[in-house]
Design a binder for this molecule. Structure first.
Ligand SMILES: [Zn+2]
Length: 248
């Protein structure tokens, strides 16, 4: 067993006191590789510290759309340097839900990071909320790129548009909470070969509960049940997709 949580924020303060224990529990469940994406410049150093302490933590560096307006050109230069030692660019993307930085600013930072992904030949971890069509249009300008649209909650047509651009679909614990008809219908139609599994820990379970990488097994169970697969197969195949994509 060597499963991959393709998206977990282990640098989050929610794990400050007991990360070693959290990782042990995940490893007992068979999850032994953890992809920690970046969100903003002030977290990059903490990410590096984790990578030095835990050999099975792999880093992506990026600027999350929620925080893009806190950044300057100097941060972009810093990001360019950090990407020499990363498995992916991200998370980056667009979020057009209310109370986020304005769309022009978000697009500027997203495109700057797509350029860096081209330059470093790295996959991209994308955050896309209420913005799928704009993201797909921007990706069309970068035909060589691949990656994953993480925490996906769109429909099968939107998923197909990303798959045609060379992207995987990241399926996570939002399913446990929502299990909406839309997600159910997506998972009955989405072939396993396009799916990456993630928890998005500590987020993903709602306000009061801390999510953890060990919950990846629950995600795999739901994907298996809805798609008519065996849970072990889901864990094995989707982890293999992550290892291939991120060259783990
Ligand atoms: Zn995230």
């Amino acid at each position: 067993m060597s499963w991959v949580d393709s998206h977990c924020h282990l640098d989050h303060k929610a794990f400050a006191d007991d990360l070693t224990h959290v990782l042990q529990q995940a490893m007992q469940a068979g999850i032994d590789k953890f992809i920690v994406p970046g969100t903003a410049f002030h977290a990059w150093e903490q990410q590096q510290a984790l990578e030095q302490k835990y050999p099975n933590i792999y880093l992506a560096y990026g600027i999350h759309p929620w925080f893009c307006d806190l950044h300057t050109e100097e941060h972009l230069q810093q990001l360019d340097d950090l990407l020499n030692h990363a498995v992916a660019v991200g998370e980056c993307g667009l979020d057009l839900s209310p109370n986020k930085p304005d769309i022009k600013t978000q697009i500027y930072w997203f495109e700057a990071q797509l350029d860096l992904a081209d330059k470093h030949a790295l996959p991209v971890i994308i955050h896309s909320v209420q913005a799928h069509h704009v993201v797909v249009d921007l990706l069309a300008k970068h035909p060589g790129l691949h990656g994953v649209v993480h925490g996906f909650t769109g429909n099968i047509q939107q998923a197909q548009a990303f798959i045609e651009r060379g992207f995987h679909i990241g399926i996570g614990t939002r399913l446990i909470k929502a299990a909406s008809d839309k997600t159910k219908s997506l998972l009955t139609k989405l072939p396993l070969e396009h799916i990456l599994l993630e928890t998005d820990a500590p987020d993903g379970l709602g306000k009061d509960a801390r999510n953890e990488p060990k919950e990846l097994i629950v995600v795999a169970n739901i994907v298996a049940k809805l798609g008519g697969h065996n849970t072990e197969d889901v864990l094995h195949l989707c982890s293999q997709h992550a290892k291939d994509l991120l060259k783990l």
